[in-house]
Design a protein around this ligand. Sequence first.
Ligand code: VGL
Ligand code: ZN
Length: 191
Amino acid sequence: MKVRKGDALLVVDIQHDFLPGGSLAVNEADQVIPVLNACIRLFREKHLPVLACRDWHPPDHSSFRENGGPWPPHCIAGTHGAEFSGLLELPNDTPVFSKGTIREKEAYSAFDGTELDAALKKMGIDRLFIGGLTTDYCVKNSVLDAKRRGYESVVLLDATKAVNLSPDDGKNALESMKTAGAMLITREKLE
Ligand code: VGL
Ligand code: ZN
């Protein structure tokens, strides 16, 4: 598949807390970073936009266990755990969209409460390539939202890893994205 004008790359939540050693570490999550770096290089070479989102919670977010949510505290705004991995080669001018910033509200999609849609429209984007963490939450919800909003969506299979609270969550998430009309491809298919 050839990337072309109208394409953008969205890098989802490559933050310390989702990586090995983090408070919500996802199995093998570090393996996606070199794949994403290769995608970033490709998009930059073709002068196509690269964007990123991050989980950016207040310290008492409602998704944390102590507040009745399913997760350990993670990605608290301004902390080391919320920073992007230093191994991720994001260009300095990458627009970053923060989500989950309101205490009472969970927001798994990069579109939820952000200016992402407006930014994509302004840049004339009609197809979004999405990779990052996690397959069963932020990637899934961002892909489904992108489709709903009329973008073609392409999931980068080898650039995403699942939390798998239940063992099949990642597999089911990919299935639901496919059913919604998203394309699933590996990075080697991209040129
Ligand atoms: C995410 C769990 C909790 C994600 C965010 O980025 O997929 N997962 N918060
Ligand atoms: Zn979160």
